[in-house]
Design a binder for this molecule. Structure first.
Ligand code: SAM
Ligand code: SF4
Ligand code: SF4
Length: 310
């Protein structure tokens, strides 16, 4: 679903950052935000929503660190933001900026491709490291040699490294049958756990990666449930969030997307931030969205999906 094509059931997108400045209404409050601190990336992953056409992703002349941090502070105060998800592009290409920005927020998560050396930012910071399968599945998506580089970087973490390191796998139609191989690779390492986020396709996308609909996607949910049963404690998707991904409830959740109200997406556009339709950009298919963040949030709150869950 695109920003212009939102259905009437869909929550309205976040307002442009300056839209309310001329009114007396209080600015909307967002407990969390995600920020792309750079549009530069050292990888070019085939599935990446950031670099899709129509999203703010130009890496020329992007905001200098001082302005970016000052804007984050202003937006924090304006919108009551307490939790920040640091993203990009690759956020660790600007790790000094990220390090400075951590102090602005109560809780910080850094989503990284894991190819840049990790910095110990202390016990209150979580690294979410992206890996999309075992080597022969991950590397065709994320780049040749990337799997080994990430595993080497994680293996090289000192024993007293304090920041928490977990993995996130974007689950799609092409890797769904190889997830156990990834789990087995990660289990003996310093990764503390793994979440699966189901692929978010473009509006109208027909590709080997995208399930045709949520009915076709259901087999992948059962695969994750099976892994949860066999590797207890390591797969962190909650059972309720997985149940909500099933066809009976998925569309109710995405029609009332909890992230739209709780997470302010901040993309860089030149010397300013801009808010696209949602964290996944502008040209998304909400009906097939399986974002971990959406379903994890829905699982924690009551919503119209409660009435339909079996
Ligand atoms: C856009 S990346 C930015 C941070 C960093 N460069 C990385 O790869 O982790 C943030 C997360 O979004 C995931 N992602 C990219 N495209 C996606 C898509 N179409 N659907 C769901 N997740 C996606 C990535 O795999 C990664 O875990
Ligand atoms: S590393 Fe992250 S931002 Fe870069 S292309 Fe891959 S998913 Fe996108
Ligand atoms: S997070 Fe998913 S459901 Fe929510 S608006 Fe974006 S694509 Fe749609």
């Amino acid at each position: 679903m695109s920003r212009l094509g939102a259905s009437s059931l869909q929550e309205p997108p976040p307002e442009p950052l300056g839209a309310r400045r001329l009114t007396m209404e209080p600015p909307p409050q967002y407990p969390g935000a995600m920020v792309n601190v750079t549009n530069h990336c050292n990888l070019a992953c085939a599935h990446c929503f950031v670099f899709r056409e129509g999203n703010p992703n130009d890496s020329d002349g992007e905001m200098k660190p001082e302005r970016l941090l000052a804007e984050l502070e202003r937006l924090r105060d304006r919108h009551g933001i307490r939790r920040m998800m640091w993203m990009g592009g690759e956020p660790m290409l600007r790790w000094r900026l990220v390090e400075q920005g951590l102090a602005l927020f109560e809780k910080n998560t850094i989503t990284t491709n894991g190819t840049v050396v990790f910095k110990d930012f202390g016990p209150d910071v979580t690294y979410v490291v992206s890996l999309d399968g075992p080597r022969d599945v991950n590397d065709p998506v994320r780049g040749e040699g990337v799997f080994d580089r990430v595993m080497q970087n994680v293996a090289a973490l000192p024993d007293d490294f304090q920041s928490m390191v977990m993995a996130q796998c974007v689950l799609h139609r092409e890797n769904q049958h190889r997830l156990e191989d990834l789990v087995r690779e990660l289990l003996p390492t310093k990764f503390r756990g793994l979440t699966f986020s189901f692929y978010v396709p473009r509006a109208g996308e027909v590709s080997p990666r995208a399930w045709a609909d949520v009915e076709e996607r259901e087999a992948a949910i059962d695969i994750v449930f099976d892994l949860k049963r066999r590797y207890p404690g390591f797969i962190w998707n909650s059972s309720r969030s997985l149940e909500l991904l099933r066809p009976a409830t998925a569309k109710i959740v995405t029609d009332h997307c909890p992230m739209q109200k709780t997470m302010l997406p901040l993309y860089i556009e030149g010397n300013d931030f801009t808010t696209p339709y949602c964290c996944y950009g502008n040209d998304v298919d909400c009906d097939r969205c399986g974002s971990w963040g959406v379903f994890a949030a829905a699982a924690k709150i009551s919503g119209p999906w409660d009435a339909l869950q079996t």
